[in-house]
Design a protein around this ligand. Structure first.
Ligand SMILES: [Zn+2]
Length: 105
Protein backbone atom coordinates (compact mmCIF):
# COMPACT_ATOMS: atom_id res chain seq x y z
CA UNK A 1 0.00 0.00 0.00
CA UNK A 2 1.45 3.34 -0.99
CA UNK A 3 1.66 6.34 1.26
CA UNK A 4 -0.84 8.25 -0.86
CA UNK A 5 -3.51 5.57 -0.48
CA UNK A 6 -2.78 5.15 3.21
CA UNK A 7 -3.03 8.88 3.78
CA UNK A 8 -6.29 9.04 1.81
CA UNK A 9 -7.74 6.28 3.98
CA UNK A 10 -6.49 7.75 7.22
CA UNK A 11 -7.15 11.39 6.31
CA UNK A 12 -9.81 11.58 3.56
CA UNK A 13 -9.91 15.36 3.74
CA UNK A 14 -6.28 15.51 2.50
CA UNK A 15 -7.30 13.87 -0.76
CA UNK A 16 -9.75 16.62 -1.60
CA UNK A 17 -7.30 19.25 -0.41
CA UNK A 18 -4.64 17.80 -2.69
CA UNK A 19 -7.01 17.83 -5.68
CA UNK A 20 -8.00 21.41 -4.99
CA UNK A 21 -4.36 22.42 -4.80
CA UNK A 22 -3.66 20.68 -8.12
CA UNK A 23 -6.60 22.46 -9.75
CA UNK A 24 -5.34 25.79 -8.42
CA UNK A 25 -1.86 25.16 -9.82
CA UNK A 26 -3.29 24.18 -13.22
CA UNK A 27 -5.52 27.24 -13.34
CA UNK A 28 -2.63 29.44 -12.23
CA UNK A 29 -0.42 28.04 -15.01
CA UNK A 30 -3.12 28.68 -17.61
CA UNK A 31 -3.58 32.21 -16.31
CA UNK A 32 0.14 32.88 -16.50
CA UNK A 33 0.30 31.56 -20.05
CA UNK A 34 -2.58 33.80 -21.05
CA UNK A 35 -0.91 36.80 -19.44
CA UNK A 36 2.50 36.12 -21.00
CA UNK A 37 1.24 34.99 -24.39
CA UNK A 38 1.97 38.23 -26.25
CA UNK A 39 5.55 38.16 -24.91
CA UNK A 40 6.21 34.44 -25.26
CA UNK A 41 5.06 34.15 -28.85
CA UNK A 42 5.86 37.63 -30.12
CA UNK A 43 6.24 37.68 -33.88
CA UNK A 44 6.16 40.47 -36.43
CA UNK A 45 2.88 40.82 -38.27
CA UNK A 46 4.44 41.60 -41.64
CA UNK A 47 7.73 40.97 -43.36
CA UNK A 48 10.18 43.88 -43.21
CA UNK A 49 10.60 45.11 -46.75
CA UNK A 50 14.01 45.48 -48.38
CA UNK A 51 13.56 49.26 -48.49
CA UNK A 52 12.69 49.51 -44.80
CA UNK A 53 15.59 47.27 -43.86
CA UNK A 54 18.03 49.37 -45.90
CA UNK A 55 16.63 52.64 -44.50
CA UNK A 56 17.08 51.33 -40.95
CA UNK A 57 20.68 50.26 -41.57
CA UNK A 58 21.61 53.37 -43.58
CA UNK A 59 23.29 54.97 -40.57
CA UNK A 60 25.19 51.83 -39.61
CA UNK A 61 27.75 52.10 -42.40
CA UNK A 62 31.51 52.06 -42.06
CA UNK A 63 33.06 55.19 -40.65
CA UNK A 64 36.25 56.76 -41.99
CA UNK A 65 39.31 55.99 -39.92
CA UNK A 66 41.19 59.01 -38.68
CA UNK A 67 43.72 57.22 -36.50
CA UNK A 68 46.10 56.02 -39.23
CA UNK A 69 49.72 57.15 -39.06
CA UNK A 70 52.99 56.17 -40.73
CA UNK A 71 55.34 53.94 -38.77
CA UNK A 72 58.39 55.98 -37.78
CA UNK A 73 60.80 53.06 -38.24
CA UNK A 74 59.63 51.41 -41.49
CA UNK A 75 57.21 53.93 -43.01
CA UNK A 76 54.27 51.57 -43.45
CA UNK A 77 50.81 52.72 -42.42
CA UNK A 78 49.55 51.54 -39.04
CA UNK A 79 46.87 52.42 -36.49
CA UNK A 80 47.83 54.75 -33.67
CA UNK A 81 48.61 52.98 -30.39
CA UNK A 82 49.02 49.71 -32.29
CA UNK A 83 52.09 47.68 -33.10
CA UNK A 84 53.28 47.87 -36.70
CA UNK A 85 52.86 44.37 -38.17
CA UNK A 86 55.82 44.81 -40.54
CA UNK A 87 58.15 45.78 -37.71
CA UNK A 88 56.76 42.93 -35.56
CA UNK A 89 57.29 40.38 -38.34
CA UNK A 90 60.82 41.70 -38.79
CA UNK A 91 61.40 41.34 -35.04
CA UNK A 92 60.05 37.77 -35.05
CA UNK A 93 62.28 36.85 -38.01
CA UNK A 94 65.36 38.32 -36.34
CA UNK A 95 64.57 36.48 -33.10
CA UNK A 96 64.12 33.22 -34.96
CA UNK A 97 67.46 33.65 -36.72
CA UNK A 98 69.12 34.54 -33.41
CA UNK A 99 67.79 31.35 -31.78
CA UNK A 100 68.96 29.26 -34.71
CA UNK A 101 72.41 30.76 -34.42
CA UNK A 102 72.43 30.15 -30.66
CA UNK A 103 71.40 26.51 -31.10
CA UNK A 104 73.97 25.95 -33.86
CA UNK A 105 76.86 27.05 -31.71
ZN1 LIG B 1 56.87 49.61 -38.85
Amino acid sequence: MTTARLSSILFPQYNTLWREAQQKVISWRLGLAEVLEPFLWAAPKKKTSHSKKRMRSANKGLKDKTNIVNCPSCGHRRLTHHLCIYCYKDYLYKRKMQRRNDLGQ
